[in-house]
Structure formats: structure tokens, C-alpha cells
Design a protein around this ligand. Structure first.
Ligand code: PLP
Length: 451
């Protein structure tokens, strides 16, 4: 237990600040870690301790923690027009420019961009539009959504229902009816004895097919998935997984939503995860790295197949009854435009591919360690599965070793994140080989301290 001094920032945090994704009682006991400054891939706490932020915050700070150009873009926009909205035909320069830019970057032909404030809000809005579209097409029964076990799509009531993780449902009375979760393509965990990755991918596609058949193909509107699952444990799909899944969706005329909230803007070594896996989505969700998370912002793109019926329906009703005060925020859009410019000018997608390949290689070398069960990843996103020493499996509940290793990493100066026993790495796209070496050295050292 940390000693919390009276009236310290830590004490006041415990007194007044209710944290998300935190055990509230454990927080009262232990208090927070308070971060104060950032520089490059590093952040510094209020005791001056330095950490490499090997999770880029929340999978999201692409350009590092001290990019003045983003601060300047926000400042300039705040001076010029600090707020405007896009209701009732209003618009402004930054969202026009950004919408055009995003459409030009899309890996498949897209038609329109809708702006929101968070990944959760974007996915929530997407599902509402999918329902609206089904009604517009005279198919009111086509409303079910299929997502995946361990998938992560957010925390609003609807997006948390899409999420396939128990803690996002338990005690919240979720998921909503009509949202189903199919097999997660986690070969290391869920592959059966003797089953090849290829056979496992086929089984995943068959499970999806069987679920659609059981629900009734005419009742299923869309399938949502991350190209690589992030919060579910960095689950990299088998090579042929996406091809097989897309074949099933095409057979039943089911929309494909690619949730690019983590994979988008370079993370997987291409601009979008959909390019890495040859995914052809109808809808793409974007957030996090779109502004390097310097300001809350999100967006999604839809193709003509989605836009046309929705546009017709809004005309029939007289309005699209949906929109957020802060959606299409000019400051967020200005920061996103500058952030994308930096990603392009500094070849950060290429750095993600090259330094990412190096990171995978260096992490892969840890497979020799007796406490490492698997290393998986793609470019600058990876997970290392920690396993108990042989013969001592019964001593450790799932997640215990991962939690301990994560705490040791922080003590040793690297912020990682454990999802049960998978330790995730998702550093800023600006990371160098030397910084990767530091992270991997500290991981090796922390593994040796683990008991
Ligand atoms: N989708 C994915 C793939 C995510 O990883 C996240 C957040 O981690 C979300 C959606 C939700 O985004 P937000 O936390 O901005 O609501």
C-alpha cells in the first residue's frame, strides 16, 4: 500500500475523483499514480519518475506526448472559431477538409463521414444507423448485430453490448437483446488439439455461418469486428480468417463494420488494419490515433450502400434525428488534420511497419523464457502471454501473473497493460529501435523478478 499524504493530490484524487476501469475500493486504499508531463514516448509522474508509455496511453498517442504542432492547431482553431456544429445544414472548414481527407484515405470506396466524440459513441451511432437503414429498406426484421467474444467496441449501453467481455456486461444488465457474440479467432487459447490455424479459421467462419442460420439470415443486419482485437488480448487472426468471414457475410447480405479505433492510422504497419487483412468494410469506425488522443474525437465512414437508404429515410421523415453537440467539433477536426499530416510527413506508418517488425522480433526472442507461453502481434501492437512455471499451474488464478508482471514493468519504468495474462505493447508510432530495446530489456528483467 502506498502512503497517501493528507491534502496531497493523491488524497484529493481518492476523495473526489471516481475513476473508470478501476476497482473503487482498491483505489481508496492505494491511491492513484498522477502523471504530470510527457516527452516523446515517455511520461513523468509527480514524483519525477519516468516511464516509457509502451501503450501509447490507451493505444492512442501516435505522435508522442509533446507534439507542439497539435497544441498549435488547437490554439489557432480556438482563436478563429472555437465551436460550431453541423446540425441543420451548418458546417465549417475543418470538418469539410477532414471529411474529404478521410474519404481519400479510405482503403475501399466510401461515401460520407459522420463525426462523433469517442469510439463508443461512434459505434453506438453506427448501430442506430444500421437499424434506421433496415427500416428504410422495408426490412424491419433485419436488426440483429453479430460481434465477437472478447471483441471491444466501447461502453455506452449499446456499444458495451457489442463488446464481448464479461466485465462490460456483469452487473450492468447487458448485453441488449439482438446482439450476439460469435467465436473469437484466438488460436493460441481456443484452437483445439491437432487443429491447424487454417482449420481453426474455417471453424470460426462455420460458427458464424451457423449463428446466422440459427438466428435467421433475414434478421441479421451487420457484423462488427476489429481487424486485430485490442482490449480482448491483442488477438491476431489466422491468415485466412478475414477472407473466410467475408465470404459468409457476402452470402447473407450482412454489412461489415470494421472497428479501426485501435488499428487505424498506422498501428498495423498500413494506414488501416483493413488494408493489412484485405478487409472490405461497408463502415469503418475511427478514433484514438485520429487526433493522437490530444482531444476527444471520433468518426466513421459509410459507403453508398449504407448512405443511400439512410438519406432517403431522413428525407421521408424530414430529418435524421441524431447528432451530438460536440460531434464535428472544429478544434477536434483541426487537430485531426494536423495529426494526419504529421503521420504522413514523418512516414510514421512506415516506421510502424519497420520498427514494429523489429519489436515483434525482439519480443519473439523472449519465447525462450520459461514464463512466456506465446508472443503475437503485428507491427506496433503485440502481446506476450505469461504462463506459470511448469508444475505450478494450480498456484495461479488466471490474470495473477499478468497483473504482477504489469506492476513490475511499471516499477521498472515501462507502462504496459495486462489483459488477464496477456501483457500488451502498443507504443507511440514514433518509437525508435533503441526505445524498443529498452522496453524489451525491462520486460526480460521483470520476467526474471516474477515469482
Ligand atoms: N473500439 C475499439 C476497438 C476500442 O479499442 C475502443 C476503446 O478502447 C473503443 C471502440 C471505444 O472507444 P472510447 O473509449 O473512445 O469510447
Amino acid at each position: 500500500m502506498n502512503k497517501i499524504l493528507p491534502n496531497s493530490a493523491e488524497a484529493r484524487d481518492v476523495a473526489y475523483h471516481f475513476h473508470g476501469y478501476t476497482n473503487a475500493r482498491a483505489h481508496e486504499e492505494n491511491g492513484p499514480v498522477i502523471m504530470e508531463t510527457g516527452k516523446g514516448v515517455r511520461v513523468f509522474d509527480n514524483n519525477g519518475k519516468s516511464y516509457i508509455e509502451a501503450m501509447a496511453g490507451l493505444w492512442s498517442v501516435a505522435v508522442g506526448f509533446d507534439e507542439d504542432r497539435l497544441a498549435d492547431a488547437a490554439y489557432q482553431q480556438m482563436c478563429k472559431l472555437p465551436f460550431y456544429h453541423n446540425f441543420s445544414h451548418k458546417s465549417h472548414g475543418p470538418v469539410v477538409d477532414l471529411a474529404e481527407k478521410l474519404i481519400s484515405m479510405a482503403p475501399v470506396p466510401m461515401s460520407k463521414v459522420f463525426f462523433t466524440n469517442s469510439g463508443s459513441e461512434a459505434n453506438d451511432t453506427i448501430i442506430k444507423l444500421v437499424w434506421y437503414r433496415s427500416n428504410a429498406m422495408g426490412k424491419p426484421e433485419k436488426k440483429k448485430i453479430i460481434s465477437r467474444l472478447r471483441g471491444y467496441h466501447g461502453v455506452t449501453a449499446l456499444s458495451a453490448s457489442l463488446t464481448g467481455l464479461p466485465n462490460n456486461h456483469r452487473s450492468f444488465d447487458l448485453p441488449f437483446e439482438g446482439i450476439k457474440h460469435t467465436t473469437c479467432p484466438h488460436y493460441w487459447k481456443d484452437g483445439q488439439d491437432g487443429e491447424t490455424e487454417e482449420e481453426f479459421a474455417t471453424r470460426c467462419a462455420k460458427d458464424l455461418d451457423a449463428m446466422i442460420q440459427a438466428e435467421g439470415p433475414d434478421t441479421v443486419a451487420a457484423f462488427i469486428a476489429e481487424p486485430i482485437m485490442g482490449a480482448g488480448g491483442v488477438v491476431v487472426p489466422p491468415t485466412t480468417y478475414w477472407e473466410k468471414i467475408q465470404a459468409v457475410l457476402a452470402e447473407y447480405d450482412i454489412l461489415l463494420i470494421a472497428d479501426e479505433v485501435i488499428c487505424g492510422f498506422g498501428r498495423t504497419g498500413k494506414m488501416f488494419g483493413s488494408e493489412t487483412y484485405d478487409i472490405k468494410p461497408d463502415i469503418m469506425t475511427m478514433s484514438k490515433q485520429i487526433t493522437s488522443s490530444y482531444i476527444p474525437f471520433s468518426a466513421f465512414m459509410i459507403n453508398e450502400r449504407v448512405y443511400e437508404p439512410v438519406a432517403d429515410e431522413s428525407n421521408k421523415i424530414g430529418v435524421l434525428g441524431h447528432g451530438y453537440t460536440g460531434g464535428a467539433h472544429p478544434v477536434g477536426a483541426a487537430v485531426a488534420l494536423e495529426n494526419i499530416k504529421i503521420i504522413e510527413e514523418r512516414n510514421l506508418v512506415q516506421n510502424a511497419a519497420e520498427t514494429g517488425a523489429y519489436m515483434q522480433e525482439q519480443l519473439g526472442a523472449l519465447l525462450d523464457h520459461p514464463l512466456v507461453g506465446e508472443v503475437r502481434g503485428q507491427a506496433l501492437i503485440a502481446a506476450v502471454e505469461v504462463v506459470p512455471p511448469t508444475g505450478r499451474e494450480a498456484e495461479f488464478n488466471p490474470g495473477v501473473l499478468g497483473g504482477r508482471l504489469n506492476a513490475l514493468m511499471a516499477e521498472n519504468g515501462v507502462i504496459s497493460r495486462n489483459m488477464m495474462d496477456a501483457l500488451a505493447f502498443c507504443p507511440p508510432l514514433i518509437i525508435t529501435r533503441d526505445e524498443v530495446d529498452e522496453v524489451v530489456d525491462i520486460l526480460g528483467r521483470s520476467l526474471n523478478q516474477l515469482d
